[in-house]
Design a protein around this ligand. Structure first.
Ligand SMILES: [Zn+2]
Length: 363
């Protein structure tokens, strides 16, 4: 079968590789729609972000290597022994970070806290191939009312559901969100259906602000044309927002905000409020920690998504409470388009993309 393999950073080739053999507790799937995550698209170019050292080491010692491809919709073509939740023909999506199933946390029913298990696309091959072998515990069945393209966004959406759950929004809370890329837009929509009274979003791209307004932001601020922190404080009688999601930080070269939006998030949240750190920064940061201490701020990081989060995403999309289709701006035909999808996703601003670029694997 054909599969994309990395030989090094920036060196991706479409190779012939053996068809995967189905294992117990696993399924073999035919990927239908796959998108690189923003993290994967940056790692593919060798830009430091989440898991950079791990991927670099694997490339140096194991290349050529099937990497990435955890955001997908796929159809099951074979089920291994012991698989009872799925049948051949089912469409599935996945969560990426899996529990090891052996450690003391996993064995005491706290597998969501386990960090020893594999990550699809990082430790296990993902779906940039004609067929892929996946563990049953990663998967959720996709409702018939959800398109293949929408289903490819469910992994990211389940991480956003976990982030909003971590925020523990109280009914009527004012929520601010820095960054209106795919996860920022997801947090916006999930916050709205999770009790937020008012949602104020911030981005620097006109197309992202327009999308944010369309998907329900009460105020969509363009930080290039206004002082976002001052505006949020004005809108909250100079108190600040109860909860702030920081979804814009990261590599400036790729159009992300560096650490500037983290500082802004801290300035825009009320005393005793919560900043939810969704971004990855790729290295150490300077933060004025005494400000957090003085104002009793909570800087929280999202839990990893569980099967319950993933199942909730299916309900959110199937019921129309979360809308993904308008954010899908680029869909490319055929497995040969995968490198182009990485290029667009790593440089979304330049291509006016909102969601990562998707690939319809069969054209
Ligand atoms: Zn474990």
């Amino acid at each position: 079968m054909k599969a994309w393999r990395f030989y090094a950073f920036n060196d991706l080739r479409l190779d012939d590789v053996p068809v995967p053999t189905c294992l117990a507790g696993h399924v073999v799937v035919e990927p239908l729609v796959v998108q690189p995550s923003v993290t994967e698209a940056q790692l593919a170019c060798g830009i430091p972000t989440l898991a950079y050292d791990r991927i670099k080491r694997r490339l140096e010692t194991e290349a050529p290597l099937q990497l990435f491809g955890h955001e997908f919709c796929a159809r099951i073509v074979e089920t291994g022994s012991g698989v009872n939740r799925f049948r051949v023909g089912d469409r599935v999506a996945a969560r990426a970070k899996l529990p090891c199933q052996h450690c003391a946390l996993c064995e005491s029913g706290r597998s969501a806290l386990c960090r020893r298990g594999p990550v699809i696309g990082f430790d296990l091959p993902g779906c940039f191939s004609e067929l892929a072998l996946l563990p049953e515990i990663a998967l959720v069945k996709v409702d018939d009312s959800i398109s293949d393209s929408e289903a490819a966004c469910l992994q990211s959406l389940s991480d956003s559901v976990a982030a909003v759950e971590t925020a523990d929004i109280q009914i009527g809370d004012t929520v601010a969100i820095f960054g209106q890329g795919s996860m920022g837009l997801e947090c916006l929509q999930i916050a709205r259906v999770s009790g937020a009274g008012r949602v104020i979003t911030v981005d620097v791209r006109d197309e992202a602000c327009a999308m944010s307004k369309q998907l329900g932001a009460d105020h969509a601020l363009n930080a290039n044309t206004c002082d976002a922190v001052a505006t949020i404080r004005d809108l909250t009688e100079d108190i600040g927002a109860d909860v702030v999601f920081e979804c814009a930080g990261g590599s400036v070269k790729q159009g992300l905000a560096g650490s500037r939006t983290l500082t802004q998030a801290i300035d825009a949240v009320r005393s005793g409020g919560k900043v939810i750190g969704v971004s990855w920064f790729g290295g150490p940061l300077e933060v004025h920690i005494d400000t957090l201490r003085e104002r009793s701020l909570r800087y929280l990081f999202p839990d990893i998504s569980t099967p319950q989060h993933l199942e909730h995403t299916v309900r959110l999309v199937a019921s129309g409470r979360v809308s993904l289709a308008p954010t899908i701006t680029h869909v490319l035909p055929g497995i040969e388009s995968v490198p182009k999808a990485f290029e667009i996703t790593a440089n979304k601003g330049r291509y006016q993309a909102i969601n990562p670029a998707q690939v319809k694997m069969r054209g």
